[in-house]
Design a protein. Sequence first.
Length: 416
Amino acid sequence: MSGLIKFLKEGANVSIILLMVGILFVLFTPVAPSVLDALLLCNFSLALFVLLLTFYVRKPVDFSTFPSVLLIATLFRLSLNVSATRLILSDGDAGRVIGAIGAYVVGGNYVIGVIVFLILVVVQYVVVTSGAQRVAEVAARFTLDSMPGQQMSIDADLNMGFIDQAEAQRRRKELEMEAGFYGAMDGASKFVKGDAIAGIIIMLINVIGGFAVGMAQHGMPWQDALQTYTLLTIGDGIVTQVPALVISVGTGIIITRSASDDRLSGEVLRQFTAYPNLLLLVAGALSLAAMLPGLPALPALVLAVLFGGLGWALRKARGAAPEEGEADGGGKQREAEASLYEELKIDLLSIELSPELAPLMGRDGSLLLERIGLFRKQYMLDSGLVLPQVRVRESKTLRDGAYQIHLQGDRVGEGA
């Protein structure tokens, strides 16, 4: 197994080249119907694999090759369309996969087939692709606009000693990869949009061309020619548009992902189960809906039981929430008493900031304390001396923009 993995890694470049040559071969050379069947199944497998991979990556940049994969998949799908068109117009037979889809999915009725195909194209083009394209444009613009500020932040952390040179290089490389990824996705989303338009044009060409070939060359009645070639064309369109729709969904998912340390499934589960009371409200609404005349009561009640049971279990697992009076009354009183005792405590080293400088501390003072902690750690590594704990607090008695440094309660420095 390890030998196979090593062989795949070493031959990755050659494999990509052979894949592109194979796509061009299918595009310009007639293939047998059995070969086309295998290629259509490969196309669907590739689309499904890409969709699942977008769920499993933790950050969009982890799938940085997605724009290139999207281009290759689009070209591969269009080559299959051309090859199927060649077989449909020349032999009236495009293999078992297309024939089975045309006969089974649409029930042998080409009118239903046309409607189903158009619905798939509308869902892909109007809903998924347009939204993904807009998100890609905005993400690329915001990422490029924020690059100078993020690079300055990395340089500032490096100069202050909060990070070392290796960490700074890693952050710069990650920032460049993120900007390049969203910039490439801005252009790659156009491939999906153009693929949907090409699918409609290819379908119209196949229907009109097949109708003409069937009547003029094969002497078929117009009803038989329309039935035969339209079903094959619809089968070809559905077989290729379903993988296209799957990859379009994957494109939308990976573009709309926010950078986090968890997979998409974990994020969705955590956020959906964060408020158990909402699940109980949904269960109550479904129970009321089951009482409406004409609506099926059994499915609504089953869903109500499922939502109610899940909400009750989550609420029981997390424990009863504290009463608002307790949280607002007793909690605030304890916080006030604790703040009084904190004010009486004399720290070894403390920094007081005026109200105008207080926002520099960040929320709850965590930002400035984190930077001070990193500085203390770096100073300890450089000199071997451990600096005392530093307390940062706001002082309303200081003038605008002023600060003071206290050592054991005595002021040893100040500035503005």
